[in-house]
Design a binder for this molecule. Structure first.
Ligand code: SF4
Length: 279
């Protein structure tokens, strides 16, 4: 007897939200177009899970929890958080078990994460992937990704995968457009102000520039101090905090920057400034 075909799975639409401008603009577009989004999914990471210290930039996380999430929920969208299994402290104090190239490093702690191959990226992706895998057992899941038309490499990857869609691509929005759209809705994370061009990054990220680390030192000295404590651990594989540069040197540069801050940029309106602000 021929097997009965399985009934099709019901559709389920998920927006992967980081609180950054592109994923937030995706939510705004969905809201404007009346897209039936079933779930807004955000991955959170930890610096130290035991002591309850999150990995995300403090200002950004407070904005997500206290402002953006309630607003998005008021549009009828359900917001869910999933969180990393392992924290930064786990990866810092993980002991290297083997190395053919550098046997002298066996038995040492890994130390500060490396900018180019950061273990915390996996900690961000894994819980969301695990949650989506569970959903796919019951539903025909479509992931809405915040990828703009001026990101051809990321779009090519999106097109190669099944079950992913970018509203930003469909509406021909660039990264600049998403920033303006978020600003218009009052949904641009405060993380974009001051020294930062990205939102939702980890406060301990080695890819940060000196002005960003200076901002961490002045606005969240208790977090900066966590890095100072870790920097005292010398039995590590990683030779430095930022691309081989020791934390002590980075701290020297941060102090120098704070002692001689650059003059504030002149206020200048260009043709491309947000016209909505003035109309
Ligand atoms: S923001 Fe930096 S530290 Fe955090 S996951 Fe990305 S590369 Fe790693």
């Amino acid at each position: 007897m021929a097997k009965k075909p399985k009934p099709p799975k019901p559709p389920y639409r998920v927006v992967l939200w980081s609180g950054g401008k592109d994923s937030t603009a995706t939510l705004i577009l969905a809201h404007e177009k009346g897209e039936p989004i079933d779930l807004v999914l955000m991955s959170l990471m930890w610096f130290d899970k035991k002591r309850g210290i999150p990995a995300e930039n403090k200002k950004h996380l407070a904005w997500v929890m206290n402002y953006a999430k309630p607003l998005i929920e008021s549009w009828g969208y359900k917001v869910k958080f999933v969180s990393s299994d392992k924290d930064y402290i786990y990866w810092f104090y993980k002991i290297r078990q083997s190395s053919e190239m550098h046997p002298e490093t066996i038995g040492k702690y890994y130390g500060f994460v490396l900018g180019g191959s950061c273990k915390m990226q996996g900690e961000k992706a894994l819980p969301a992937q695990r949650y989506l895998r569970q959903l796919r057992k019951e539903y025909d899941v479509t992931e809405y990704c915040g990828i703009c038309i001026d990101e051809p490499d990321r779009l090519a990857k999106l097109h190669a995968r099944k079950g992913q869609r970018s509203l930003l691509e469909e509406e021909r929005l660039t990264q600049w457009d998403t920033r303006r759209l978020c600003k218009r809705y009052g949904l641009l994370s405060p993380d974009y102000n001051g020294n930062r061009n990205r939102a939702g990054n980890c406060w301990f990220c080695p890819n940060q520039k000196i002005p960003e680390l200076a901002e961490l030192k002045t606005e969240s000295p208790e977090l900066y101090h966590e890095l100072e404590i870790l920097a005292q651990e010398k039995n590590t594989v990683a030779r430095g905090f930022k691309y081989g540069v020791p934390f002590e040197e980075i701290d020297r540069q941060v102090k120098e920057y704070l002692a001689n801050p650059p003059p504030p940029p002149a206020v200048q309106l260009s043709l491309f400034d947000d016209m909505e602000d003035f109309t």
